[in-house]
Design a protein around this ligand. Structure first.
Ligand code: C5P
Length: 202
């Protein structure tokens, strides 16, 4: 029997990271935040590495070496993520991860469409641009008091556009994904809603 794969996609700050982690803990499943892979490649790119080389030689140390939450790394991640060879270099690792016992939750932009099109459960989380920018601002302001809400809003808007319009694996909900809008939900409410849905599918 194949493993249970749960694919959770959605735009920046839609809540997918928090929800995915919580779901993986509830089910005792393995969890992969695929955005971290692209962020690590973005960080290496900012250091001067050609993005395809960075993707092909990526190792687990790279994921701990940088402060991957930084907004400039997020922007660089979305730039390198539009390169087909970068995406191709990450496919096998992600697919192998999805087959880990006893199951896996992967979050990203193209998990339900490209990485794991046969995932048993597919979720697409959305939220309004303003709600997402507000969340990201609150999170980043704790570490950087210079940051402005307008800058975050602009960066997320740009990243959404780039992620949605790139030709290679654009961010799009799989036709069989269940959509949830988290704009008006607390984290606990979002986790509860998604988890209730998942339980009906398991
Ligand atoms: O999810 P996160 O915001 O950490 O992702 C950073 C960037 O990496 C995204 O804006 C997107 O361009 C890229 N990404 C992607 N495909 C994924 C995960 C992330 O293109 N599966």
């Amino acid at each position: 029997m194949s493993q249970t794969v749960i694919a959770i996609d959605g735009p920046a700050a839609s809540g997918k990271g928090t929800v995915s982690k919580a779901i993986s803990e509830k089910l005792q499943f393995n969890y992969l935040d695929t955005g971290k892979l692209y962020r690590a490649i973005g960080a290496k790119y900012l250091e001067g590495y050609p993005p395809v080389d960075a993707a092909q030689s990526l190792d687990s140390n790279d994921l701990d070496k940088y402060d991957l939450k930084k907004p400039e790394i997020a922007q660089a991640a979305s730039e390198v993520a539009s390169i087909p060879e970068v995406r191709a270099a990450l496919l096998e690792f992600q697919r192998n991860f999805s087959q880990k016992m006893p199951g896996a939750v992967l979050d990203g932009r193209d998990i339900g469409t490209i990485v794991c099109p046969n995932a048993k459960i597919k979720i697409f989380l959305t939220a309004s641009l303003e709600a997402r920018a507000k969340r990201r601002f609150i999170e980043l302001y704790k570490h950087d008091k210079e940051i402005s809400f307008e800058t975050i809003l602009k960066q997320i808007r740009e990243r959404d556009k780039r992620d949605q319009t790139r030709s290679s694996s654009p961010m799009v909900a799989a036709s069989d994904a269940k959509k949830f809008d988290t704009s008006e939900l607390t984290i606990t409410e979002a986790v509860d809603k998604v988890f209730s849905y998942i339980q009906t599918k398991l």
